[in-house]
Design a protein around this ligand. Structure first.
Ligand code: GTP
Ligand code: MG
Length: 194
């Protein structure tokens, strides 16, 4: 896959049915503000491919990006932002259902969690959904640069236990969009499923 050939394809922000597709898809999921847009910008080496915000809940659309005509990158809207109104939460759920229930060819879901904290209840709901749906997923532990060495090792070990229900084989990858940690590994994992 040529990481330099990525283009924005479409954004879906309403109930409007997301088109079914058999193009291989790599999906990025996680709570609002966890660093999804930053990760996409980092792995595609683009400053502004996906918008980065300090205001959580800004990406309220499902965004499709295409790498040539080979692969689709799917940026799911962030969840778990407390101040989002009920109507918005319903819209989020409907969009997610619309996406996951349409016939697709999902090769991998990259589930982002903030490395500094135990995964949130919403993170667990999301990962259990992925697990129950039989979707292949890995966990990227973001913002690893915000931890000092001691904290880093502590959280790395703690995460393994906190995610024990998803099995010993679950890949947990520390990641930093700021410093680049995990970028090459993530790209390799993506290549390996395509
Ligand atoms: P939504 O689109 O709102 O759901 O958020 P998002 O998951 O796309 O997060 P985004 O990439 O916009 O990042 C949110 C904030 O965290 C921004 O201020 C980023 O600069 C910061 N951030 C993201 N990744 C990292 C990281 O690896 N290290 C550090 N230090 N900050 C990060
Ligand atoms: Mg975003």
């Amino acid at each position: 896959m040529n990481y330099n050939k990525v283009e924005f394809e479409a954004a879906f922000g309403t109930l409007k049915q997301i088109p079914q597709s058999d193009l291989p898809e790599i999906v990025f999921a996680g709570r609002s503000n966890v660093g999804k847009s930053s990760m996409l910008n980092r792995i595609f080496n683009r400053k502004n491919l996906a918008r980065v915000s300090s205001m959580p809940g800004k990406t309220i659309t499902i965004n499709f990006f295409k790498v040539e005509n080979d692969v689709r990158i799917v940026d799911l809207p962030g969840y778990g932002y407390a101040k989002v109104a009920k109507g918005e939460k319903r819209r989020w759920a409907e969009m997610m259902e619309g996406y996951f229930q349409s016939p697709r060819n999902i090769k991998l879901v990259v589930q982002l969690v903030d490395m500094r904290h135990k995964p949130s209840e919403d993170d667990y709901i999301m990962m259990r959904f992925l697990q129950d749906a039989g979707l292949p997923f890995i966990v990227a532990a973001t913002k690893s640069d915000k931890l000092n060495k001691t904290q880093y090792n502590e959280r790395k070990n703690a995460l393994r236990e906190e995610l024990a229900e998803f099995g010993d084989n679950l890949t947990i990858l520390p990641f930093s969009s700021e410093k680049g940690e995990g970028t090459d590994e993530l790209k390799k994992i993506i290549e390996s499923v395509l």
